[in-house]
Write a protein that binds this ligand. Structure first.
Ligand SMILES: *Cc1c(COP(=O)(O)O)cnc(C)c1O
Length: 421
């Protein structure tokens, strides 16, 4: 459930008419709902009720400071994957002991930054990385808390570009080598082993791959404890999918996911961490765009809008579906039309939908892309020298621009001219 609903024939974000935001901010823009963000965070938090746990929001999904502050106020931890994200989490007031650091390519500088500023744990992805974390910790005279990310070799049954738990993926160490790697970790004086980490992919629409992976983590926990390691924490990653198409069957709910976690891992007495990103932010955001032209092709109609692939790359990159709805509610019984919905960027890949059946639109009408809150604004670029589009946060009947649209001058002035020109 989200808080983008029609009321009296117009699309609202909570209690604010979307058209009113468009009139003030201009299009295109992203719009997030505070109530939806909060609701989704709480669903996860409550799903793990009765178990010691921390929900670490995977902030790569949507990392605006206002979003981070909204979630941090509810007690969220953060999963960061770069020094920049670490800095963002700290800037939003998240304490270091609620930040976990994931990713296959953490640099020395990033590791030093996190050890100095405070970190809950590094999720280590390789032995070379483990050696560097150990070295940096020794330089600083501290112990670095770590888990090792294991790759359980399970098929997440999701898009190949976002599957991370198969042996051919770059992530983690093969689970079959875990005992050797933990033995090595225990021999390094700059490290403190605190648990195990796993993350098998994103937009999973079934529980079964999670269950298979978590069963392997349960077995590994017992084996590692028998080897004398202190496994007190299990970081289970993110990945629970969202319903991008309202008409399709819905993925499992957080409460079902939480029950499965307790079922497979509850007997171990570990603190549980989870790292949901998409499910918290995805349906908490829409992208609003304006129709520029409706163009008659030979055998199709093109709806050309002012949003483009640089603003929302998911359709071009993952063949992703977004429901696209008019901001003025279609009248009941209205005859639908069929459109190829495209942006102005000079690439055929700049196509959001082909043959999409929806109500008739004309130039200057507004449309909203649902489920655009995660992996939307954060993946945007300035391709075609299109400014990064604004982000707006709604709370009840108020809204605020939480990142403004840059001017062309600001964009151009980031370039510098070498002295020979
Ligand atoms: C991307 C990522 C997540 C979040 O995945 P979602 O599908 O957005 O829930 C969590 N943990 C790690 C390590 C990731 O890379």
């Amino acid at each position: 459930m989200d808080h983008f609903l029609y009321k009296d024939g117009a699309l609202f974000a909570e209690d604010v008419p979307v058209a009113e935001i468009a009139a003030q901010v201009g299009t295109p823009f992203y719009c997030y709902s505070t109530a939806t963000l909060e609701r989704h965070f709480r669903l996860f938090d409550e799903a793990l009720d009765g178990t010691e746990h921390l929900v670490c929001y995977a902030m790569k999904a949507a990392s605006n400071q206002a979003i981070l502050k909204t979630l941090a106020a509810l007690g969220a931890g953060m999963d960061v994957v770069s020094g920049g994200e670490y800095a963002r989490a700290k800037a939003a007031g998240v304490p270091g002991d609620r930040i976990v650091f994931s990713g296959v390519g953490k640099t020395r500088d990033e590791i030093r930054e996190a050890l100095t500023g405070g970190i809950r744990q590094f999720n280590v992805e390789s032995e070379p990385e483990m050696a560097v974390i150990n070295a940096v910790a020794l330089e600083l005279g501290v112990k670095a808390p770590i888990t090792v990310r294991v790759n359980p070799d399970v098929d997440a049954k999701t898009h190949a570009k976002i599957a991370t738990g198969k042996s051919e993926n770059k992530f983690g160490i093969p689970i079959s080598r875990a005992r050797d790697v933990y033995a090595h970790a225990a021999s390094l004086p700059g490290l403190e082993v605190v648990g195990i980490d796993v993350h098998i992919g994103s937009q999973l629409t079934e529980l079964e791959p999670f269950r298979l992976a978590y069963q392997k983590v349960a077995e590994l926990t017992e084996a590692l404890r028998a080897d004398g390691h202190n496994i007190k924490r299990l970081d289970l990653g993110g990945g629970l999918g969202i319903p991008y198409e309202r008409s399709n069957s819905a993925p499992p709910l957080p409460i079902e996911y939480g029950a499965m976690i307790k079922d497979t891992l509850g007997h171990l007495g570990c603190e549980i961490e989870i790292e949901p990103g998409r499910l918290i932010a995805g349906n908490a955001g829409i992208m609003v765009s304006k129709v520029i032209y409706v163009k008659e092709g030979e055998d199709r109609q093109f709806m050309i809008i002012d949003g483009a692939m640089n603003d929302l790359i998911r359709p071009a990159m993952y063949d992703a579906h977004h429901d696209i709805i008019p901001v003025v509610e279609p009248a009941p019984g209205e005859e639908p039309a069929r459109y190829d919905i495209v942006g102005p960027v000079c690439e055929t890949g700049d196509t959001f939908a082909k043959g999409r059946v929806m109500s008739t639109v004309k130039a200057d009408d507004l449309v909203a892309f649902r489920s655009a809150g995660a992996y939307g604004a954060v993946m945007a670029s300035e391709y075609n020298t299109r400014p990064l589009i604004p982000e707006v946060l709604v709370k009840d009947d108020q809204f605020a621009v939480i990142r403004r649209r840059p001017t062309f001058d600001e964009m151009i002035n980031r370039d510098t001219i070498p002295e020979w020109l």
